[in-house]
Design a protein around this ligand. Sequence first.
Ligand code: 13P
Length: 270
Amino acid sequence: MDRRKKIYLGTNTKMYKTTAQTVAFLKRLNQLTKDISRDRMELFVIPSYPSLAAARESVPRQSVSLGAQNMAWEEEGQFTGEISPLMLQEAGVDLVMVGHSERRHVFRETNEEENKKVLCALKAGLSPLLCVGETAGEKGFGIAEEVIRTQLKIGLYGVMPCEARKIRIAYEPVWAIGVNGEPASKEYADQIHTVIRRTLTELFGAEAGGDVPVLYGGSVNPQNAEELIWMPGIDGLFIGRSAWDADNFNAVIRKVLPVFEEKRAGEGAE
Ligand code: 13P
């Protein structure tokens, strides 16, 4: 299974960093991590739209994949203010985030809209990184699993098993994200990751569904990164604040990579 071979680590810089700051960040991150084979790690950065082209020029594609934070669900048309997947492709983008918590909750995007974006991204050859996660209220009512399953089943509706290898999932509980967020416990995160894996295999079958990487995000920091990545259901980490300084991100990478590899070696021995 390809998913097990490497760790997935990425950051979303949200509405922070100018183009100059993004380029400086990428160059430093690439420099700091160049000794780590990309067969062991998929490293991605998701900066602001205007910085994408310069970001792509600044580091090799094989070293750092680039993502966009959002996308329209059509390739072109009368959609003032929107960005087409073709424009992202032209800028050298590899993946596109769909349904980040801030898109769903600040900008009121729906599961149906996320689905249209996932299908449109796949058509354009981009990898959708579909973000899912329950609010504190939904968790309180005991419906987190139902919410996640609904987000996945609608968000991925119509995706073929042969396209599933392009998909990545990020589990980001809304209550865990950002300055007021409280990180999920490793046990809770792993429990939801198990539900996500089960849903993916229901949708795509054991082989294709078993191969989709599922990342955890939401207040990942240097203190909790190792215990999270040690959990069997967690294939990678999607980090905000703790990764926005390249040296800090590199420090987290150096902590989690050996833990991840020890976990996978142990699974192989079972
Ligand atoms: P934080 O790590 O800052 O909580 O942000 C997570 C996130 O939203 C990544 O997309």
